[in-house]
Write a protein that binds this ligand. Structure first.
Ligand code: GUN
Ligand code: ZN
Length: 440
């Protein structure tokens, strides 16, 4: 067992997310191994109460530091690190002019490996310990990512990008080399083989990954839905209702469905563990479909601001009651930093509000990037929190990291003010250390 003494932030699971934070000014976090040999939280609470229960334990003391749950990033693209900051009028020209030309390079295993190494190192440097991320349509890109993720024992989830039409040939799925299967059949065979090879290995997970409805044939979406039914604990990830031109395109291609979102439902791709990026331009029937199927939204505010896509409607989501959490959406998104994402969510939440005068509280923002995102993934009580039983992924924050952070956090009169100071002023300098649960 190991023990750490510092301030500790975690979340109650039975309270409104806006008031769920629990903060020990002087806390003790005790970590030990569970029946599977994974390090999990054994005990957490005030130092003066818990110390006596563990009298013989050596304690690592971090005075002035805050231990907080590792961040959970609900949506990103590991092959788009080099695409960050590529300006375009909107989503579709951005895909055509910057994103597809970069993604075609991931046919190369070496290119994929270098990109995966950089991406994972950057996640850790920024305090992200769980991520759901796209690979490309090339199986080599998936193999490279899982291979690198396994070395770090991180909870990383990815999958082969399914796209068999409406994009340049070198970013589409390819037919079998021996000509026995067309590109659609081969993409589904590759998906199943990758699920069997990687899903549930160590802490890795597989996500069935249709890029978005416009770049998949009906046959590919149907096949993806069949795999999703056959492997219910595998994740699904895609995009929906991000941009007006994208929506018009999807509606023209699938006119029989009630809406763009409903297209995914019609092919069996809405269920628990299905994470849809953006979810901006929804009506209440779409929101109810998300709620009733258990699908969740990956809210990606830096991406939505950068690409001019619009604003996620938090009040609409809460009124109908579907799940959501925060995401960087690198490389449409502009930063790997969870602090930048939470800050942008605050701005976007004010702009997109349908209930004037209500803005997102700091506890709610932080929850969306930790315990709330974990719940959206079906991993509540596993990651994104530091309650007993949770896997011991955490960050050590240094609120004195910059002169301005030190000055401002010292003035905080309560927890909300402290959290808000870090959300507004924080970046990678705030993250002194990222600790990943290890197998013992
Ligand atoms: N829709 C389809 N592909 C993409 C992508 O790579 N990024 C974003 N933001 N939206 C998409
Ligand atoms: Zn995306």
């Amino acid at each position: 067992m190991k023990a750490y003494r510092a301030a500790i932030l975690r979340f109650a699971t039975d309270r409104d997310p806006g008031q769920a934070a629990i903060y020990e000014q002087d806390g003790l976090l005790v970590v030990g191994s569970n029946a599977q040999g994974t390090q999990v939280v054994q005990a957490v609470g005030p130092w003066h109460e818990l110390r006596a229960c563990f009298p013989d334990l050596a304690v690592t003391h971090w005075p002035g530091r805050i231990i907080a749950p590792g961040f959970v990033d609900l949506h990103s693209h590991y092959p788009q690190t080099n695409v960050i900051g590529s300006p375009a009028e909107g989503l579709l020209p951005w895909l055509e002019n910057y994103t597809f030309p970069e993604e075609k390079r991931f046919a190369s295993p070496d290119y994929s490996t270098e990109a995966a190494q950089f991406f994972i190192a950057e996640l850790l440097r920024q305090g992200v310990t769980t991520a759901l991320t796209f690979a490309t349509s090339h199986p080599a890109s998936v193999q490279a990512f899982f291979t690198e993720a396994q070395k770090h024992r991180m909870r990383l989830i990815t999958g082969l990008c399914l796209m068999d039409r409406h994009a340049p040939p070198d970013v589409l799925n390819q037919p079998a080399a021996n000509g026995r299967f067309d590109a659609t059949e081969q993409s589904l065979l590759d998906t199943e083989a990758l699920i069997r090879q990687w899903h549930g290995v160590d802490r890795l997970g597989y996500a069935i990954t249709p890029r978005f409805a416009p770049t998949s044939s009906e046959a590919q979406l149907r096949g993806a839905g069949e795999l999703a039914a056959r492997y219910p604990d595998v994740w699904i990830q895609s995009h929906v209702a991000e941009n007006k031109s994208e929506i018009a395109w999807a509606r023209a291609l699938f006119p029989a469905s009630r809406s763009y979102l409903a297209t995914y439902g019609d092919f069996g791709l809405l269920r628990e563990r299905a994470i849809y990026a953006h979810c901006i331009h929804f009506d209440d029937d779409d929101r109810a479909l998300m709620r009733d199927t258990g699908a969740a939204a990956a809210v990606s505010p830096t991406s939505n601001l950068f690409l001019g896509s619009g604003f996620f409607d938090y009040a609409g989501a809460d009124r109908i009651g579907f799940q959501y959490g925060l995401a960087s959406d690198v490389g449409g998104g502009t930063s790997f930093s969870p602090f930048h994402t939470m800050r942008a969510a605050y701005f976007a939440g004010r702009e997109g509000q349908t209930k004037p005068g209500v803005s997102l509280s700091p506890q709610h923002l932080w929850w969306q990037h930790t315990a709330g995102a974990a719940r959206a993934l079906g991993l509540a009580g596993v990651v994104g929190n530091l309650q007993p039983g949770c896997e011991a992924d955490f960050v050590v924050l240094n609120p004195q990291a910059t002169p301005l952070l030190a000055r401002k956090t010292a003035l905080a009169a309560n927890l909300d003010e402290l959290l808000f100071s870090m959300i507004v002023l924080g970046d990678d300098r705030l993250v002194a250390q990222t600790v990943i649960s290890q197998a013992l």
